[in-house]
Design a protein around this ligand. Structure first.
Ligand code: DX5
Ligand code: ZN
Length: 221
């Protein structure tokens, strides 16, 4: 597969210079901006909301924005992020009472819907809703913080989800989030992922373009 997408998570960016950071990482060759929304309720951390997304759009960021909602409930924020200029919106199935309704809300808001699975969240949530999905996001760490290590059991889960996608005959992105580095990205792609979130691997490096170049080089092997 040649259309791999690299999505830097701005969770590890310098928030005091966020507009510049996003410009810089896009100029370094990234495809999508990954936007981690945490509410100190569904996850034990607090980040940013739709106002920051809107501010990035006003600043002139035209790249696709991939909003990863780690919040509960989700529906009100889906509406706000759609208005704020989000491109993709995903949420965790445990965080909403009405899974199908929340997915439909994303579709009706004109955004691309996705479902997120924590390391121990069962895949049965995919039953009955696959036809509504644009992407599936597998967490390879427990959500809430950047800079954690990739959980190895995710490889098996990636293969299972890749099989489900093939079986569905649909064109669904398989996104991986957590502990993605230059030295494991190839194995992650081989297990089935085609979209890669990387926070600390990119933003903690002195040269964003060099990390992204090395990642693409691994993916091309
Ligand atoms: C964790 C977030 C991730 C995180 C990834 O809850 O969803 O997007 O920022 O960061 P790294 O790449 O540092 O594991
Ligand atoms: Zn994320």
């Amino acid at each position: 597969m040649s259309d791999y997408l690299i999505a830097p998570s701005i969770l590890s960016a310098d928030f005091a210079r966020l507009g510049e950071e996003v410009e810089k990482v896009m100029a370094a060759g990234a495809d999508v901006v990954h936007f981690d929304v945490m509410d100190n309720h569904y996850v034990p951390n607090l980040t940013f909301g739709p106002m920051i997304c809107e501010a990035l759009r006003k600043y002139g960021i035209e790249a696709p924005i991939d909003v990863h909602l780690m919040v509960s409930p989700v529906d009100e924020l889906i509406r706000s992020f759609a208005d704020a200029g989000a491109t993709m919106i995903s949420f965790h199935p445990e965080a909403t009472s009405h899974l199908d309704r929340s997915l439909q809300l994303i579709i009706d808001s004109g955004c691309q819907p996705g479902l997120v699975f924590n390391p121990a969240t069962p895949l049965h949530y995919l039953d009955h809703i696959m036809d509504k999905l644009h992407h599936i996001l597998l967490m390879s760490v427990n959500p809430g913080f950047g800079g954690q290590s990739f959980i190895p059991s995710t490889f098996d889960k990636l293969r299972q989800v890749r099989q489900k996608i093939e079986k569905s005959g649909q064109n669904i992105r398989l996104e991986i989030d957590g502990g993605v580095k230059v030295d494991n990205i190839r194995a992650i792609a081989e297990a089935g992922a085609d979209m890669f979130v990387a926070g600390s691997a990119i933003f903690n490096a002195p040269d964003y373009a060099e990390v992204i170049r090395q990642m693409r080089c691994e993916l091309a092997k």
